[in-house]
Design a protein around this ligand. Sequence first.
Ligand code: FMN
Length: 157
Amino acid sequence: MINELLNELDKQNILLTAGNIGHFNSMTIGWINIGRLWHRHTLLVYVRPTRYTYEFIEKYEYFSVNFFEEKYSDIIDFFGTYSGRSVDKMNYNKLTPIDYNNKAVYYKESFLKIICKKIYSFDIKKENFLNKSIITHYYSDNNFHRAYIGEIIEIFS
Ligand SMILES: Cc1cc2nc3c(=O)[nH]c(=O)nc-3n(C[C@H](O)[C@H](O)[C@H](O)COP(=O)(O)O)c2cc1C
């Protein structure tokens, strides 16, 4: 069971969406943790401050994580290559964004949707790395991720 989940995560066919139906942005994500913390089911995502999505996840209380089948890989590439600053991701014609109680947005085409409410955020810090080789590999530009812990509100397909 855990293997299946890890396999799904490895495919990186995942979009993170923050904001509401009138103002949202989505980007591809590869890094996620799903678990249990403070008596809650939680999901962690990692967003570099340079992403346009960062402005949305900072501003809004909810976010969604959407898993896609491999046939959508071109779309996932698009959302992971282009920024919402230069293309209109809200009106991207191959996906259907759906309002979640005026709190979040998810995609109809996704086979698994997870709605989260932010409960904690923290910055990945250089001095806290125990394996320093990760710094060289992922953070040579000092663009450290901010992590968001979301309480899982609903999971549906
Ligand atoms: C497979 C894949 C996984 C990615 N994972 C992340 C991630 O976990 N965190 C992150 O900040 N950026 C990640 N990115 C990069 C963003 O998706 C990319 O920079 C995107 O264009 C940002 O869009 P935005 O500026 O509209 O937010 C990933 C990209 C790809 C292709």
